[in-house]
Design a protein around this ligand. Structure first.
Ligand code: NDP
Ligand code: MG
Length: 389
């Protein structure tokens, strides 16, 4: 029987790649439900192609305007405040793919975890916000979290080469983004358009800006911390401009096990959806008939201070992840609207994190409170005049 997938964020970069995987492996995978935020016409197209039982929109205005008569006869538009919970907790759903961008992914992830589902998680922001709580609740409720982020998929695969006690450290690779070779002075005036020119990956706009600041790698340090339980000092970052080695695990004997493939998210998506099976799928393959050069260089924490924030939050835990993530979401949005400069993104995040008194939360509500507080602070943040030079 084909596994039935609920895709949250079906209209985005991960969502559409996932649908290509499902299309190619249609004897193994099928769509149970799809969600988008506002992209109604795209969702309708996807519904005609994949014939899900349910679709919905998360944006209320867009939902009100959506015309269900445009959907195929077997697809129902789900309404009501609990529509996301309804879709992900349906007994027919085998896997929930969380491909929503930002903390907005928390709602569906949380419902799926509590229901003991298998969750293929691309949405790293949710793990940064609430990683320890999600992992603990998954254990209690019998839910399985499978990484989709390419680095974490690579680590998950490489970990199978030894026992946990034999792991010395994990090495997260980073492309370095569009500003890998830029000086701090040059980055000061970087534009949105320049930040969106990622050298190796085609992704949604938020994660592309995160890759340019290297906040993406900071979030991934935190993601690795909670998803796999590594100590911060066991998580190493290395620049690898070709994005072919997706990450590595170094064992105590000195062996380093890496996962390689061309930069194409269809592979880690497929690995999570088909786990533990490996099947021929639509992802690009290595071409061994041509020469390849794989380079590795140390990350530069002076030019990319976001990295230090990632380590700081991985160490602090508690409410600090919620605060860093929320501050970054607001900062990226303000940069995209031209309100702050490129380097201000990380300055803002650091200022909000420094103003925050970290607490060890007992509930999701406490984390959401920290998220709200950080969004307010980040919205008000102004660069101090003396930093302008
Ligand atoms: P996109 O911006 O391309 O897509 C985001 C998806 O989420 C869309 O379907 C969008 O719907 C929906 N969405 C947007 N806002 C909300 C909201 N407030 N509530 C609910 N749904 C919303 O993002 P990506 O696909 O690039 O990234 C998705 C997640 O995967 C992110 O967390 C990212 O960090 C992670 N990731 C992405 C990678 C990539 O290659 N793209 C690689 C590794 C991780 P609509 O179209 O209607 O706006
Ligand atoms: Mg990644």
């Amino acid at each position: 029987m084909a596994r039935r997938i609920a895709i949250l964020g079906a209209t985005g970069s991960i969502g559409t790649n996932a649908l290509e995987v499902i299309d190619q492996l249609s004897d193994r995978l099928c769509v149970d439900s799809l969600t988008a935020h506002r992209s109604w016409s795209r969702l309708v197209e996807q519904a005609w192609r994949f014939r899900p039982r349910f679709v919905t929109l998360t944006d209320l205005d867009a939902l009100r305007k959506a015309n269900p008569a445009q959907l195929p006869p077997e697809t129902r538009l789900v309404d009501g405040p609990d529509r996301i919970e309804q879709l992900v907790t349906a007994p027919e759903v085998d896997i929930v793919l969380v491909a929503v961008v930002g903390a907005a992914g928390l709602k569906g992830t949380w419902a799926a975890v509590q229901q003991g589902k298998t969750i293929a998680i691309a949405n790293k922001e949710t793990l940064v916000l609430a990683g320890p709580l999600i992992v603990a609740t998954a254990q209690q409720c019998g839910a399985t979290l499978l990484p989709v982020d390419s680095e974490h998929s690579a680590i998950f695969q490489a970990l199978q080469a030894g026992t946990r006690e034999q792991v010395l450290r994990v090495v997260l690779t980073a492309s370095g983004g569009p500003f890998r070779t830029w000086s701090t002075e040059e980055m000061e005036n970087a534009t949105l358009e320049q930040a969106l020119q990622h050298p190796t990956w085609r992704m949604g706009p938020k994660i592309t800006v995160d890759s340019a600041t290297m906040m993406n790698k900071a979030l991934e340090i935190i993601e690795a911390r909670w998803l796999f339980g590594f100590r911060p000092d066991q998580i190493h970052v290395v620049i690898h401009p070709q994005s072919i080695v997706h990450s590595m695990v170094e064992f105590t004997d000195g062996s380093v096990i890496a996962q390689l493939s061309p930069p194409d998210m269809k592979l880690p998506i497929q690995y999570a959806l088909c786990y533990p099976e490996r099947l021929p799928g639509p992802a690009r393959r290595m071409d061994w008939s041509v020469s390849h050069r794989l380079e590795f260089e140390p990350a530069d924490p002076d030019r990319f201070p976001a990295l230090e924030l990632g380590y700081r939050v991985a160490e602090l835990g508690g409410t600090s992840g919620a605060v860093l993530n929320a501050a970054n979401e607001v900062a990226v949005d303000r940069f995209a609207r031209g309100e702050i400069g490129f380097l201000d993104i990380v300055r803002l995040c650091e200022a909000v994190l420094e103003a925050h008194e970290v607490r060890q939360p007992n509930s999701l509500e406490e984390l959401l409170e920290a998220d709200r507080w950080a969004r307010q602070q980040a919205t008000r943040w102004r660069r101090r005049p003396q930093l302008r030079r």
